[in-house]
Design a protein around this ligand. Structure first.
Ligand code: NIG
Ligand code: FE
Length: 417
């Protein structure tokens, strides 16, 4: 059991109150068995602790000691660890709901060329496909672990991870097997780009995805995703692939309207996608349809940053009543940052999220995008996934960009950073 005290600001969050950060000043947090038992004002911590001890009764206490009247609480038995943070802000661990982390190779030259004026196109994915196919499973997993460790140090405790750089039955299945060793949020995106060997007959690749890759991936992927875009997959192909994934129990999500204002956002709502991601281009009608459907829109600030695409204006999405998330979309091509504080800072500075909306979108919003109710908030019953900031306020996440503000991280009540 752990009692965190001396919390200058505790971001608790309510998954249903879109964009509204619930913050308790001068707070404490009680954790038992990896779960949040209670979060509230410091002044009520003793009462909350006593109530919890009453509730768990004498379970876990030593019978002889109790019979002798020597102990009356977990505290006296040494079962309670009190952690005084001395005035630091605590937020829920970030929920990064969009990542492409199974890959090999480096595309820093492509990034540099973009900064010198070249345009991003879906075609670059093939460079990573070649490097990924040439790598061993051990190499791919080592690269993943390295990237996950970096992201944990930036406060991320829940990761969605996609396949999509193998594009053959064995390569996509290998990617899912690696992913499933590290997260329950696994996504099959065999429809990431048409691989070079199918360049002249893309429909045959779509058939391979539907007839062979999806059936082989049954039970290995929670999510099915498609890059629906000019240069990747058409709306008709997307519809067929998403329906095939749904038929074997995968839940749908989409890469939509990243490079052009096509019909992918509307299609995502129609297909029952839990989240449509990128949404760099969105018409008023798109936003109305997405708000009506309750589809989460996941904005990916690092992608506009590193492709020089225009930043979408989050105020339009908020005003339309859309449920928003922010994720990193860490991948070697369009944006290679796995830092949620970085994407929060850009979201605030360049997309006009308020600081509160951005922090909410990176925690509670990500949980909604993954249909998770146990993460993204610190209400009673949540997983004890915490990022402790070297700062008195969550606002510093956007106020002090580029500074290592995540000091300590707990996952399920265990210190991991
Ligand atoms: O989310 N848009 C599609 N997939 C990735 C980019 C992948 C790449 O360029 O390697 C994205 O931006
Ligand atoms: Fe992506």
């Amino acid at each position: 059991m752990q009692l965190f005290t001396g919390i200058s600001e505790l971001v608790v969050n309510d998954l249903d109150r879109l964009g509204e950060l619930d913050v308790i000043a001068d707070a404490a947090l009680l954790v038992d068995d990896g779960r949040v038992i209670w979060s509230g004002p410091s002044a009520q911590a003793d009462t909350a602790l006593a109530a919890h001890e009453d509730q768990i009764g004498t379970a876990g206490l030593n019978d002889d000691d109790i019979a002798n009247g020597e102990v009356t609480s977990a505290n006296e038995l040494g079962g309670l660890e009190t952690i005084d943070l001395g005035g630091k802000a605590v937020i829920p661990g970030f929920v990064d709901s969009h990542n492409h982390l199974i890959f090999a190779g480096d595309r820093s030259e492509e990034f540099a060329a973009r900064m010198a004026g070249q345009k991003y196109s879906a075609g670059g994915i093939a460079t990573t496909v070649a490097a990924t196919r040439a790598a061993t499973e051990t190499e791919l997993e080592a690269n993943l672990v390295h990237l996950l460790d970096q992201a944990k140090r930036q406060g991320t405790t829940t990761f969605e991870i996609k396949s999509g750089y193998g594009l053959t039955v064995p390569d996509e299945i290998q990617a899912l097997d690696i992913i499933n060793r590290h997260t329950e949020e696994s996504t099959l995106i065999a429809a990431h780009v048409v691989p070079p060997e199918f360049k002249d007959e893309p429909e045959r690749y779509v058939d391979l995805v539907i007839d062979e890759i999806i059936p082989a991936a049954e039970g290995k992927a929670k999510w099915i995703d498609v890059f629906c875009e000019t240069g990747a997959f058409t709306e008709d192909q997307t519809r067929r692939i998403i329906e095939a994934g749904k038929a074997v129990g995968m839940k749908p999500r989409l890469h939509a309207n990243q490079l052009t204002e096509g019909g992918a956002l509307k299609l995502g709502a129609e297909l029952g996608c839990v989240s449509v991601d990128h949404a760099t281009f969105a018409s008023d009608e798109d936003l109305e349809i997405l708000a009506e459907a309750g589809t989460v829109v996941t904005l990916l600030p690092s992608i506009e940053f590193s492709t020089r695409q225009p930043y979408p204006d989050a105020r339009r999405y908020v005003d339309a009543g859309v449920s928003l998330a922010i994720a990193s979309d860490c991948n070697p091509g369009s944006g290679f940052s796995n830092s949620m504080p970085f994407v929060i800072a850009i979201g605030v500075r360049d997309m006009h999220f308020t600081v509160e909306q951005a922090v909410w979108a990176a925690t509670a919003g990500g949980a909604n995008a993954l249909q998770r109710t146990d993460v993204g908030h610190l209400g009673a019953g949540a997983r004890a996934d915490l990022a402790i900031l070297d700062a008195p306020s969550y606002r510093h996440l956007a106020y002090r960009p580029g500074v290592q503000l995540v000091e300590r991280v707990y996952s399920g009540g265990e210190l991991i950073v």
